[in-house]
Write a protein that binds this ligand. Structure first.
Ligand SMILES: C[S@@+](CC[C@H](N)C(=O)[O-])C[C@H]1O[C@@H](n2cnc3c(N)ncnc32)[C@H](O)[C@@H]1O
Length: 426
């Protein structure tokens, strides 16, 4: 096998790599685009394919674009900044449709995708390593534990990117040499929520430096987690989210949609899809992203597996009553929907179900939904593959997929969010 050769790229794979063929084997080339002739160097042969590095581009594609970030290529966060907007939009639609095709859905009504604006990502988890020459602070390189030292990130929101130099400086002060930390940043409605995760006991000095940092940068909440033990170093305001006017406390590390604009798009789509259905179940409801907007017009059963998320949702509901916000009845349930899905019988009386599981999907719950008499199911998913697998269960149970909305919440990455609307066949 020659290790360096020229290849024509035929298509883009689901992970954003260009795919060509060499000696009868597929060749995966990051940063190569369909139609391009490129020289590559093979780095690995596995699972019947060649994984190669782009060496040079002999014939570039007209769809090639200048990347928005100077770290593109080395940072593992973004995969497709080198692609022009039209070709990228087509790839997003193809990705959404491709997984469904594999499960027998040939003719899906794919709506125009929504794209997260640049600088809108409000959650980021940075890695930091302190070596002999100071702290390296950024994201991991692709498929590697190596950290790429970042001084910009065009996809993250300004609240986060403006703080990056200060966070690096802070970690330089408090981390001992040869130690690592993860820094989770979330932009809440009332300021930044920062959670440090490191196998390190805080010294008194480090605690003082962190507390001072929280004041200087007006951080809402700064916590330190050491081996699972959470130390609330500086809780200056309890971080809250605002869902349709309802203020919900945000437990540390809890799930929120990664961009406010994508959240709004998905919420509007879900609320529109539930119009006219009186009783709605919101399964895998988290802290209530869909529950509260729905509860302005519908009775909602909100079910979630994380106890702290349900406590927050309850606090939001109770607080809204105290603030005079008029919502319809919300019943919350803490329940593991993988092990104990709501049964077809329990779903009796619900007109619509919103379901938004983690990446693994919700196979067990979909089997029950397929047996139910629920009229409409709105399936929100961050994994087109498990979405398509679960869609097949619903289709075999007598539901039709009427539309699919792709939401590109993680711009230029291989992640894609989709919202599918299913209706029970007459
Ligand atoms: C993609 S998030 C969606 C949350 C919420 N719908 C939102 O938009 O903010 C998935 C949710 O499923 C919850 N979850 C994970 N495994 C679960 C399980 N086995 N049973 C119930 N909920 C689970 C997570 O805690 C998380 O809140």
């Amino acid at each position: 096998m020659t290790d360096i050769f020229s290849v024509t790229i035929d298509k883009l794979g689901a992970r954003g790599d260009g795919i060509g063929e060499h000696d009868g084997l597929p060749v995966y080339v990051p940063q190569a685009l369909p139609g391009e002739v490129v020289t590559v160097s093979v780095e690995e042969k596995k699972r019947g394919g060649l994984y190669a590095k782009l060496v040079s581009i002999e014939e570039p594609s007209p769809n090639r674009n200048d990347p928005a970030c100077k770290h593109f290529g080395s940072c593992g966060g973004c995969r497709l900044q080198h692609m022009g907007a039209n070709a990228y939009q087509q790839w997003i639609c193809d990705r959404a449709g491709f997984a469904l095709k594999q499960h027998g859905f040939d003719d899906v009504n794919i709506l125009a995708p929504f794209f997260a604006p640049i600088a809108s990502r409000r959650r980021a988890s940075f890695k930091a390593h302190k070596g002999g020459s100071g702290v390296i602070f950024g994201f991991n390189a692709k498929n590697s534990h190596q950290i790429v030292d970042l001084d910009e990130c065009p996809v993250s929101s300004p609240e986060i990117t403006q703080l990056m130099p200060a966070l690096k400086f802070l970690l330089n002060r408090i981390l001992p040499t040869r130690s690592i930390a993860t820094v989770h940043c979330t932009v809440a409605a009332n300021g930044l929520d920062i959670l440090f995760d490191a196998h390190l006991e805080l010294t008194l000095d480090a605690r003082e430096v962190l507390a001072e940092f929280a004041v200087t940068h007006d951080i809402a909440s700064l916590q330190w987690q050491n081996d699972g033990f959470l130390d609330p170093v500086a809780i200056r305001r309890e971080p809250v989210m605002d869902f349709a006017g309802v203020r919900v406390p945000l437990p540390p590390g809890s799930f929120i949609q990664a961009s406010a604009q994508c959240e709004r798009t998905m919420v509007n789509h879900v609320v529109d899809a539930c119009k006219g259905y009186a009783r709605v179940a919101d399964l895998f409801c988290g802290v209530g992203t869909f529950t509260f907007p729905l509860a302005h017009d519908h009775q909602v059963l909100a079910v979630e597996g994380a106890q702290e998320a349900i406590q927050s949702l309850d606090a939001g509901r109770n607080g809204s009553a105290a603030r005079g916000i008029r919502l319809k009845q919300i019943i919350s349930k803490h329940r593991d929907l993988f092990r104990r899905p709501l049964t077809g019988v329990e779903l009796t009386g619900f007109d619509a179900v919103v379901i938004d599981p983690p990446r693994a999907g919700a196979q067990a719950q979909m089997i029950e939904l397929a047996k139910s008499s629920v009229q409409r199911i709105v399936s929100v998913s961050c994994n087109p593959n498990t979405f398509a697998r679960d869609a097949r269960i619903l289709a075999d149970g007598g539901y039709s997929l009427s539309s699919l909305l792709p939401v590109d919440q993680f711009l230029w990455s291989a992640h894609l969010e989709v919202v599918g609307i299913f209706d029970r066949n007459p």
